[in-house]
Design a protein around this ligand. Structure first.
Ligand SMILES: Cc1cc2nc3c(=O)[nH]c(=O)nc-3n(C[C@H](O)[C@H](O)[C@H](O)COP(=O)(O)OP(=O)(O)OC[C@H]3O[C@@H](n4cnc5c(N)ncnc54)[C@H](O)[C@@H]3O)c2cc1C
Length: 416
């Protein structure tokens, strides 16, 4: 079981980063000279190089900063941003960054919890993959080549446009970038049946530290293993990934049930921990805990929101839940049948949006506040009821008024 804590925190990191480097015009210029010398076609790369003097520099830098803790003036800024149009631009940037002692930060969707794709304490260059975001679906062979700069929503949209029984097992926030997501593993609503997103990667195109362009065969199985979950930014720049698409039924079922402390939430959450990991593989099951004011007396209480998706119809789901988790009191009326792509919107709290929202890269997910601090951990033994009671009193503290906890059940193929 994985838990995630989202909350707003004071901006203490800014103090740590306050000793930022000064922009060196000399370093800047010689780096640009290097790019011009080592690019096959300087006129094309010059259009996608942004120095701090460029009028578009700030808008390009801020385009995918999701966490506004890192937009402060004191946050270190890159000397240069390159938004490559092709692999040769990446090769030139790697070569020149090494030559001039600049660190490279690679950015795809910019959703890194600590801004690692666009902040560094040493002089650095951002390689922003925004222009490399093609998605090519091969329905017949049930595979897709997707470039790192695409976001999950773009991949989902293209899959759904070609088939209603194919899917990719990835996460709920449509603006998360493919590059960082696959580099870190990637869990989502199909992961109990099909594993992590990166378990479904079958080939990749990587530019290594020497500027070599490698595929699975030429990089070897060790490096191919490392780039699938070993953490982004560590092993080179992944340009594109070949992924296996998976089967989903044309109709799935989703539900969401809310319970407060007065409605027995503590006992239900406690019990959920034992039930959820053992549900059939076709289930995704999570519970989010937030502090709210009771609609009856206005007093603080905890809202436990149980949400699930299931690869099957209502007729199969309801008896199963009534047998395994009768205390939750699920009835048919709580459930909605829909397609996989609709379930992505529903589970991502985007039910009121049309599918086009998946293509909107600027959209700010309702799943998180703009100045979040987030931390994940694994719960291996059920948390006792008394510990939840202690947790509630922590959530009632003033400082925690915007905090929430999300528990996501593992089990299924994840136990293997
Ligand atoms: C709102 C929100 C919801 C999320 N939901 C989920 C979820 O459901 N499931 C889940 O598993 N995770 C989830 N995450 C975590 C998310 O998957 C990771 O933060 C992921 O690394 C973000 O990828 P990105 O490309 O958007 O981020 P970026 O900030 O662009 O990159 C993240 C890291 O990967 C590196 N990187 C980026 N692109 C490349 C590349 N092409 N080659 C090499 N390295 C690269 C960066 O340098 C950085 O270190 C969520 C995060 C947020 C903010």
């Amino acid at each position: 079981m994985k838990s995630l804590l989202f909350s707003i925190s004071p901006f203490i990191f800014v103090v740590l980063f306050a000793l930022s480097w000064a922009t060196s015009a000399y370093a800047d210029e010689s780096f640009l000279d290097c790019l011009s010398l080592h690019s096959k076609d300087y006129s094309s790369i010059s259009k996608v190089v942004y120095t701090q003097n460029n009028s578009s520099y700030s808008s390009v830098l801020e385009s995918t900063i999701r966490n506004f803790r890192f937009t402060a003036p004191t946050t270190p800024k890159p000397l240069v941003i390159v938004t490559p149009l092709d692999v040769s631009h990446i090769q030139a940037t790697i070569y020149c960054s090494r030559k001039h002692g600049l660190q490279i930060r690679t950015r795809s969707g910019g959703h890194d919890f600590e801004g690692l794709s666009y902040v560094s304490e040493v002089p650095f260059v951002i390689v922003d993959m925004v222009n490399l975001r093609s998605v090519d679906i091969d329905v017949k062979n049930r595979v897709a080549w997707v470039q790192s700069g695409a976001v999950l929503g773009e991949l989902y949209y293209k899959i759904a446009a070609t088939s209603n029984t194919l899917a990719f097992p990835a996460g709920l926030c449509p603006t998360v970038g493919i590059g960082g997501y696959l580099s870190g593993g990637g869990y989502g609503i199909l992961f109990r049946k099909y594993g992590l997103a990166t378990d479904n990667v079958i080939d990749a195109q990587l530019v290594d530290v020497n500027g070599r362009v490698l595929d699975r065969k030429s990089m070897g199985e060790d490096l191919f293993w490392a780039i699938r979950g070993g953490g982004g930014g560590s092993f080179g720049i992944v340009v594109a990934w070949k992924v296996q698409l998976v089967s989903v039924p044309a109709t799935m079922t989703v539900f969401s049930i809310n319970k407060t402390l007065e409605q027995n939430a503590t006992k239900l959450v406690h019990r959920w921990q034992s039930v959820a990991p053992k549900l059939p593989d076709g289930f995704y099951s999570g519970v989010t805990l937030t502090r709210v004011n009771s609609s009856q007396d206005g007093k603080k209480t905890i809202l436990a929101s149980f949400h699930s998706s299931f690869l099957g119809g209502i007729d199969e789901l309801v008896p199963l839940m009534q047998e395994r988790f009768p205390e939750l009191g699920l009835v048919r009326e709580d459930c909605i049948e829909m397609s996989w792509i609709e379930s992505i919107l529903y589970m991502g709290q985007l039910s009121n949006e049309t599918l086009d929202i998946l293509l909107d890269r600027t959209f700010q997910s309702p799943l998180l506040s703009p100045s979040f601090k987030s931390k994940s951990d694994y719960v291996k033994k059920p948390i006792p009821e008394i510990a939840f009671q202690g947790l509630w009193s922590k959530l009632f503290e003033e400082e925690a008024r915007f905090a929430s906890l999300s528990f996501i059940a593992y089990g299924g193929i994840m136990d293997e």
